[in-house]
Design a protein around this ligand. Structure first.
Ligand SMILES: NC(=O)c1ccc[n+]([C@@H]2O[C@H](COP(=O)([O-])OP(=O)(O)OC[C@H]3O[C@@H](n4cnc5c(N)ncnc54)[C@H](OP(=O)(O)O)[C@@H]3O)[C@@H](O)[C@H]2O)c1
Length: 282
C-alpha cells in the first residue's frame, strides 16, 4: 500500500509532528511510513504509534505527502540516494506528491533540485512544537498550489500555529520564532534569579517566573491587547511596576531583545550563504 504520509527522519521533530497528527486522527497509523536508520528507534516508533517503519528512504519517498525531518547535513546524501533508487514509473507517480521540508537553512532552490517540478513547502517550526505549542512559518515553492499550502497548514497546525511567508523572510523567522525560545528561556531564568535576589526560595521563584511569562503570553493572546496597553494597565503612578520598568529601560531591555532578533537574523543569512555551515543553524 502506498503510504499517505512518508516521514524521512524519525527523530525529535519527526516524532513531534507525527505523534500529534496521529492523535488528531489526521492520518491513520497504517497509512504512515517512517524511514529511520536506527533499528532501535524504528522499533520504538512502531511500538508507540503503530506506524509502519522502514530503513529504506525510497519506500517512504513514494508517499502522497513526504515530510523531510532529517538534519540538513544529511540532505545531500538522502537526495542522491532517492535520485539513484527511484525508477521512471515511480517518478511519474511522484509528480503529484507534496514534499514538505523542515530542514533549517535548506533553501527551496536546493530542495527543488532534488524534487524537480514537484510542489514543495519549506517550513520552519520551533522547539515548543514538542509540546504542541509551536509556531511554524511556511513558504511555498514555485509548483505549490493552494491545496498544498492547505495540507501544510494542517500538518503544522497539529503542532501549534502556522503563518505563511515568502521564503525571503525565512531568515527573519529564524531570528524571531526559531531562536526566540532561547531568549524567552533567558528571561524566565533572569526573573527567577531576581526573585532569589529578593529572598524567594529557588523553587518558588522558578515557578512564579515561568507562570508569569506563560500567563502574560496567554493574556495577550486571548485579549488581543497590544503589549503596551497591558504594561500601561499594570503601572500605577509612583508604584512598584513602573520602578521595575524604569530599571529595564535603563538596562536597554527592549533594544537588547531587538538586537538579539537582528543578530540571529543576520547570522541565519550568513549561514545560508555558506552551505558548509548550514548544519550550525539555530
Ligand atoms: N528541533 C527543533 O526545534 C527544530 C526546529 C526547526 C527545524 N528543525 C529541523 O528539523 C530537522 C530535524 O531535527 P531534529 O531535531 O528532529 O533532529 P534529530 O532528532 O537528529 O532527527 C533526525 C533523524 O533523522 C535520522 N537520520 C539520519 N540520517 C538519516 C538518513 N540518511 N535517512 C533517514 N533518516 C536519517 C536520524 O537518525 P540517527 O539519530 O540514527 O542518525 C534522526 O532520527 C532538522 O533539519 C532541523 O533543522 C528542528
Amino acid at each position: 500500500m502506498v503510504p499517505k504520509l512518508g516521514v524521512i527522519g524519525g527523530g525529535v521533530m519527526g516524532e513531534a509532528i507525527l505523534s500529534r497528527l496521529l492523535a488528531q486522527g489526521r492520518y491513520g497509523p497504517e497509512s504512515v511510513l517512517v524511514s529511520e536508520p536506527g533499528a532501535e528507534r524504528r522499533r520504538a516508533l512502531e511500538a508507540q504509534y503503530g506506524v509502519r517503519v522502514t530503513a529504506d528512504n525510497a519506500a517512504a519517498a513514494q508517499a502522497g505527502v513526504l515530510l523531510l525531518a532529517i538534519k540538513p547535513q544529511v540532505f545531500g546524501a538522502v537526495a542522491a540516494q532517492l535520485g539513484a533508487e527511484l525508477d521512471a514509473p515511480q517518478r511519474s507517480h511522484l509528480s503529484n506528491q507534496l514534499v514538505v521540508s523542515i530542514l533549517a537553512g535548506t533553501s527551496l532552490q536546493t530542495l527543488q533540485l532534488a524534487f524537480a517540478q514537484q510542489p514543495i513547502i519549506r517550513a520552519m517550526p520551533n522547539t515548543p512544537a514538542l509540546v504542541g505549542a509551536g509556531c511554524t512559518a511556511i513558504a511555498p515553492g514555485p509548483y505549490a498550489q493552494p491545496e498544498h499550502l492547505e495540507t501544510a497548514r494542517q500538518l503544522f497546525g497539529a503542532i501549534g500555529s502556522v503563518v505563511e511567508v515568502p521564503e525571503s523572510l525565512m531568515d527573519a523567522v529564524t531570528g524571531l520564532s526559531g531562536s526566540g525560545p532561547a531568549y524567552v528561556a533567558l528571561m524566565v531564568e533572569a526573573l527567577a534569579d531576581g526573585g532569589v535576589l529578593a529572598g524567594l526560595p529557588r523553587a518558588i521563584a522558578q515557578k512564579l517566573a515561568l507562570e508569569t511569562v506563560l500567563g502574560t503570553a496567554e493574556l495577550l493572546k486571548q485579549t488581543g491587547q497590544h503589549p503596551a496597553q497591558l504594561k500601561d494597565q499594570v503601572t500605577s503612578p509612583g508604584g512598584t511596576t513602573i520602578a521595575g520598568v524604569s530599571a529595564l529601560e535603563q538596562g536597554g531591555f527592549r533594544a537588547a531583545v531587538m538586537n538579539a532578533v537582528r543578530a540571529a537574523w543576520q547570522r541565519s543569512r550568513e549561514l545560508g550563504q555558506s552551505p558548509g555551515d548550514r548544519s550550525k543553524k539555530q
